[in-house]
Design a protein around this ligand. Structure first.
Ligand SMILES: [Zn+2]
Length: 268
């Protein structure tokens, strides 16, 4: 690929990362406050002094550097997470491009990455898994299952059933494993231990990869959730961001597959 095309591609990934930041910020605001806001209106502004951000300062990475991480009007600190989201989206985009090439599957995998990223942040910040984004994962899982596994991991199908059936079973197993664990928890503790968004998320992950690798994803996901709880100093007796942990579980599992690594001594 020519250098100019590569720079354009990286710029596109940075812009999608920037848009993801907006989606995370606004979805949380829409859910938890009464402000009259949607994903596109009003224009991007400083949350403290409410002044509109000029176009040049909206350019990914460049805007943050030009403002030196502070609002130019009121000097309120701009979270380091904005450039971080942009850089992570660029890195993921480049990985997908070099690993899968440019095709429709790569495009869908990148969309999935971005949805998972937004869900991860929303759950981590507010234990909130936006319903429509959660559903979108399952829809992509079902629609892409007619051909082969979206991640091209053929060996996931150890029984000779169609990819679409595998996807359906994946959704059912993912959804109901957590639902069932919650029923048992509720029986003893008289309150919900796992949120409905988590059932749907694991169902969505199941629809993408089938039922057989859900156990390692749940295992890695649970450990990741505890680690997130410790890092962010959350009260371990209260709710933890299980959704974020499961997304890390899926991510680690897929990376291990792509790089043919073994996890915990097991060749996956
Ligand atoms: Zn300001």
């Amino acid at each position: 690929m020519e250098l100019v095309s590569l720079i354009l591609l990286i710029t596109l990934f940075l812009c999608i990362g920037s848009f993801s930041s907006v989606v995370i910020y606004r979805l949380i605001l829409i859910e938890f406050s009464n402000t009259n806001i949607n994903l596109f209106k009003p224009r991007s502004h400083c949350p403290k002094c409410k002044k509109n951000i000029s176009l040049i300062h909206l350019i990914p990475l460049v805007g943050y550097l030009l403002q030196q991480g502070k609002c130019i009007y009121c000097k309120a600190k701009i979270s380091y997470k904005y450039p971080l989201h942009e850089l992570i989206h660029a890195a993921a985009g480049l990985f997908i491009y070099f690993y899968f090439g440019i095709n429709f599957t790569s495009f869908l995998i990148y969309i999935l990455f971005s949805i998972f990223y937004i869900l991860f942040e929303c759950d981590l910040q507010k234990l909130f898994l936006p319903f429509y984004l959660n559903c979108l994962i399952t829809i992509i899982g079902f629609l892409t299952a007619f051909n082969s596994n979206i991640f091209h991991i053929e060996s996931l199908n150890i029984f000779n059933i169609t990819q679409f059936e595998l996807s359906i079973y994946g959704f059912i197993v993912g959804y109901f494993i957590l639902w069932f664990i919650n029923i048992i928890y509720k029986f003893f503790k008289k309150r919900d231990g796992i949120g409905g968004g988590d059932f749907l998320l694991l169902g969505g992950i199941g629809s993408l990869v089938g039922p057989f690798i859900l156990p390692p994803i749940i295992f890695i996901g649970s450990i990741s959730t505890l680690i997130l709880g410790l890092i962010y100093k959350l009260n371990l007796n209260n709710e933890l961001p299980l959704g974020s942990g499961l997304i890390i579980g899926l991510f680690i599992y897929l990376l291990a597959r792509f790089f043919e690594l073994s996890l915990f001594g097991l060749v996956l």
